[in-house]
Design a protein. Structure first.
Lengths: 211, 313
């Protein structure tokens, strides 16, 4: 009998604890659902631990990606890019840029530098330097985020924009804005498959403008 | 329109029939339910879905809910009563439509959503969603560029009850508000209507003669706005729309409206019917329920290739 009683007490205690924990989790979930969707925090939390290592692993030298894309965009996409399984989004490629700035546009708020990576003095890629950034390439290159996990296209879009806000605040705002042409630049980032005859428009996740 | 009206009548007759518990023997019916065909965008959806359904050997029941959730619910009953094998739906509200789609599911009829999404997962088999937000951002980026990143502008917003009116407006402002020299002097709803956009634009111009741009939430409102601007002799005002209609294509080619954003209405309706067919015949679901269909910017460079909500290669 004593054993039985003890068992009951132990069981009750365990149950009580588990119950307590369960309620806490449920409350937390409820809180999260009730609380405003916070894309900036989502991005900040995944940036160092997931986004940067993923890009470091997947991104190849730009010249290599461009050559592969010219030969076979789908094969290149599978190797150097990502796109959602369903829907009609184009491939988003990941690339490392290492070259020389041959042109700059810093009067526009959607500022950019054109970069030559193969030494022919002609631009091979247009790198956004903000503060306004077009598109959602940094979100769209990631194979571990999915529209289906979001409530609707508004939250999905805000999540996409949060990547641009993040790179703006953490790296782009600190960049020099004058006399960029002729300087060297290294960057790792993503760009959607460009229309024929247009430069790829890369959104950087890391960038350094040198001497 | 005549055909549609007749089909609606048939639909209501079917509800009556269902009311007296007549079993239905329609073996291969697909119901196609969209907003009013007065907007050519929705008509293109219905036409695309119907053509694909017939191609795959189905009978098509084409119905319109006029953005009325109650009417939509009745039409779902019609589809259930007629024993439809699947429902292709451009729904009448992200929250209001969940129950209607659930009702069809409970009756064993799978739904395939096009254009607009609902705020619930696992109720429809697939949701082929027009990426209105991405499209709005494309349109706004072009608008800002055409405006030289500065100036006074007017926004014409769509019908408030339509989720996409709000989504597009948010997408526009997400981009435009990053440019401090862009000043919105008026923002009004013209309810997707060309005539209403015309009269609203006239009134706005009286109070704000100094405007450089108008960004409209859809093409019919852009058409109304440009007509009012031209009537007032303001030929240099930048006007952009959204949808990719043939009317706006022709205006772009004639140097009127400057840009619009194409939603692949025809293609996504056809894709939905194909997915319905796969599900009916093999039980195969698409890999992901929600599938985003990106929009494409249309301007003077590619307007030539646009025809009935599809871009030729």
């Amino acid at each position: 009998m004593r054993f039985k009683a003890a068992a009951v007490i132990v069981f009750a205690a365990a149950f009580g604890l588990a119950g307590c924990k369960f309620v806490k989790t449920a409350d937390k979930e409820k809180e999260d659902q009730a609380g405003a969707f916070d894309p900036d925090t989502l991005v900040a939390e995944m940036w160092d631990g997931k986004v940067l290592p993923y890009l470091e692993k997947r991104a190849a030298p730009l010249a290599e990606v461009l050559a592969a894309t010219a030969a076979d965009p789908d094969a290149a996409g599978r190797k150097y890019g990502y796109k959602a399984k369903q829907g009609n989004a184009p491939w988003t490629f990941m690339a490392k840029v290492d070259g020389v700035i041959v042109a700059e546009e810093t009067n526009s708020r959607a500022a950019y530098v054109d970069v030559d990576v193969d030494g022919d003095a002609k631009a091979d890629v247009r790198v956004s330097i903000g503060p306004a950034i077009r598109g959602t390439a940094l979100r769209d290159c990631l194979d571990f985020v999915d529209f289906n996990a979001f409530k609707n296209q508004i939250e999905w879009a805000q999540f996409g924009k949060a990547f641009n806000t993040h790179v703006n605040a953490t790296i782009l705002e600190k960049l020099p804005r004058e006399g960029l042409t002729g300087k060297t630049v290294t960057a790792t980032g993503a760009y959607p498959l460009p229309a024929k005859g247009q430069l790829p428009q890369l959104v950087p996740a890391t960038i350094a403008i040198g001497g | 329109m005549k055909v549609t009206r007749r089909l609606i009548t048939v639909g209501f007759a079917a509800v009556m029939a269902a009311g007296v518990a007549m079993p239905s023997f329609a073996a291969d019916l697909i119901a196609i339910i969209t907003p009013s065909h007065d907007n050519p965008f929705f008509k293109a959806e219905a036409v695309g879905a119907e053509a694909k359904a017939k191609e795959l050997g189905y009978e098509a029941l084409v119905l319109v809910h006029d953005d009325d959730a109650n009417k939509q619910s009745q039409l779902i009953d019609t589809a259930i009563g007629r024993g439809a094998k699947a429902i292709i739906l451009d729904n009448a509200g992200a929250d209001a439509s969940v129950a209607a789609v659930q009702k069809a599911k409970d009756a064993g009829i799978p739904s395939f959503l096009i254009d607009r999404e609902i705020n619930a997962a696992g109720v429809a088999v697939s949701q082929i969603v027009s990426n209105n937000y991405q499209g709005a951002q494309l349109g706004a980026e072009e608008f800002v560029k055409l405006m030289g990143e500065k100036g006074n502008y007017v926004e014409l917003v769509g019908k408030e009850s339509d989720t996409n009116a709000g989504i597009r407006s948010k997408g526009y402002h997400d981009v435009i508000d990053e440019y401090p020299d862009m000043k919105m002097v008026a923002q009004q709803s013209a309810n997707w209507s060309q005539t209403e956009a015309y009269s609203k634009m006239e009134t706005i111009l009286q109070a704000n003669p100094d405007i450089q741009g108008v960004i409209a939430g859809n093409d019919t409102m852009a058409m109304g706005a440009i007509a009012a601007l031209q009537a007032a002799g303001k030929k240099d005002v930048i006007v952009t729309g959204f949808d990719g209609s043939n009317d706006v294509r022709d205006s772009i080619k004639a140097g009127g409206i400057k840009a619009t954003v194409l939603q692949p209405a025809y293609a996504q309706a056809q894709l939905a019917v194909q997915q319905a067919h796969d599900f009916i015949t093999s039980g195969k679901k698409p890999a992901e329920e929600k599938q985003l269909m990106d929009c494409v910017l249309i301007n003077a460079d590619n307007a030539d290739k646009l025809e009935t909500f599809a871009l030729k290669d």
